[in-house]
Ligand binder design. Structure first.
Ligand code: PLP
Length: 314
């Protein structure tokens, strides 16, 4: 399968010695927050496959969709620009008077930005993207559409490769890999990649059955592209750490984010990695998870910006 190399790989695997001492369990980290700066995070691994396909098809513009502060949309916009392509994003919600964080970066890079209501996003985002692509075609643009989160069979191949990258990097007998789950492509790819430790995907919204279904769908698509079948065991979706809603973090999740920043100088975000790390911290403290554990850092640091009020007093 054609693949670009936008992501800076391999990302490092490092011990978190002070967090390990604090928890009494050995914890390591896979630094996919270091796949690039503007191109930071897990999404770039998927984009290496999607944008290779876009190039092969002669695309001159890329369309995708996500929340107003989507990391995936920001990474897609900047990756498209690195390749000299136009980029458009369909965002869920109303634009604020002034943009910050990921939305600011979308604007800086001159993305075409459209918004839709939460209901339209839930029920018709794919149709809206298809109609937008049609419109662009009539104006002479050759569009390539990437689904929400880059999470389809093709995107998941980025994480099949990531599982192999880890296998070649570390012979540590990890008991468990912990990773955030937002649209399922990362977990699907890691599960398909045949990682030996248990892979615990922490839901950041929705429930476990929804994501399990999503992982199976994505794996079936990846199967049509030649990947191995999804193993029946060895992966799971963990719920209970979603907080009140998508992108809303409890004070306890913020405490975990500050704990890791202060002990390790590692930045987590309140939408994805903060929730996944909170699961790791809570489950090890409760004695349910033992080590060594590998925390797969999926990026998302721009999600911290604009959230200062929630950190006051921690
Ligand atoms: C920073 C970050 N971590 C984790 C995820 C979850 O990955 P996936 O959508 O593949 O489940 C996302 C995107 O949804 C993300 O932006």
């Amino acid at each position: 399968m054609p693949r670009l190399s936008l992501a800076r790989l391999p990302t490092p695997v490092e011990p978190l010695t002070r967090l390990s001492a604090h928890l009494g369990v050995e914890v390591w980290i896979k630094r996919d927050d270091l796949t690039g700066f503007g191109l930071s995070g897990n999404k770039v691994r998927k984009l290496d496959f999607h944008l290779a396909a876009a190039r092969e098809q002669g695309a001159t513009g890329v369309l995708t969709t996500g929340g107003l502060q989507s990391n995936h949309c920001r990474a897609t916009v900047l990756a498209a620009r690195r390749l000299g392509l136009e980029a458009g994003v369909l965002l869920r919600g109303d634009l604020p008077p002034t943009a910050d964080a990921n939305l600011l970066l979308d604007q800086l890079a001159g993305a075409w930005i459209r918004t839709c209501t939460v209901e339209a996003y839930r029920d018709a985002r794919e149709e809206l993207l298809t109609a937008w692509a049609e419109e662009l075609r009539s104006r002479g643009v050759v569009p390539y559409v990437i689904p929400e989160g880059g999470s389809d069979g093709l995107g998941a191949l980025g994480f099949v490769a990531a599982a192999r990258e880890l296998a070649g990097q570390s012979e540590l007998p990890f008991e468990r890999v912990v990773v955030a789950v937002g649209s399922g492509g990362t977990l699907a790819g890691l599960a398909l990649g045949g990682l030996h430790p248990q892979i615990s995907g922490v839901a950041v919204c929705d429930d476990a059955p929804t994501f399990e279904r999503r992982v199976r769908e994505i794996a079936a698509q990846a199967g049509t592209l030649g990947s191995d079948p999804l193993p029946a065991s060895g992966w799971e979706v963990v719920e209970g750490y979603q907080g009140p809603a998508y992108a809303v973090a409890t004070p306890e999740i913020w405490q975990t984010i500050t704990l890791v920043a202060r002990l390790e100088g590692i930045l987590l975000d309140p939408v994805y990695t903060g929730k996944a790390m909170h699961a790791l911290v809570s489950e090890t403290r409760a004695g349910r998870w033992g080590g060594p554990i590998l925390f797969w850092h999926t990026g998302g640091a721009f999600g911290l910006f604009g959230r200062g009020r929630e950190v006051v007093g921690l």
